[in-house]
Design a protein around this ligand. Structure first.
Ligand SMILES: [Zn+2]
Length: 143
């Protein structure tokens, strides 16, 4: 299992993350077989967007409906950690369903990919996976 994203797309997300500091950004990733084909930015509707994220339910519901109706398959989610590492937090684990979707966590410099599963090594929910991003510099890749 790995997450493939083009360096151009990751750079766009990192620019969005930098522009939003100190708030966390978030959104949906679409694609199949671990490859990000597109993303959709969502409003962060968390009570405290400086420390948490919650994807606008309208975006979430729209994406699920689109997938069900034969549209873009949901690959997973992305969000930023403006002041911290790109490791999942305990809160991330608490809010993640063990649905096999992929999580991309980034800040202006780094990014890492995680698989949301039952009994993951990290907080019982995530497994580190390879972030395959050809040409990207300075990335912290998972195992
Ligand atoms: Zn987080």
């Amino acid at each position: 299992m790995q997450l493939f994203i083009s360096s151009a797309m990751l750079a766009e997300l990192q620019q969005l993350a930098l522009a939003a500091v100190p708030q966390e950004i978030c959104g949906m990733l679409f694609g199949r077989d671990g490859r990000v084909d597109s993303y959709r930015a969502a409003k962060n509707v968390a009570d405290n967007p400086l420390r948490h994220f919650e994807i606008d339910p309208a975006i979430l519901i729209g994406a699920e409906r689109g997938q069900r109706d034969g549209g873009e398959p949901i690959l997973g989610y992305y969000h930023s950690h403006p002041g911290g590492t790109v490791d999942p937090s305990q809160t991330d684990a608490d809010s993640a369903a063990p649905d096999g979707r992929l999580w991309l966590i980034l800040n202006g410099q780094d990014a890492a990919a995680w698989h949301a599963i039952e009994n993951g090594e990290i907080y019982g929910r995530f497994r580190a996976i390879l972030l395959d991003c050809p040409g990207a510099k300075g990335l912290t890749a998972g195992e």
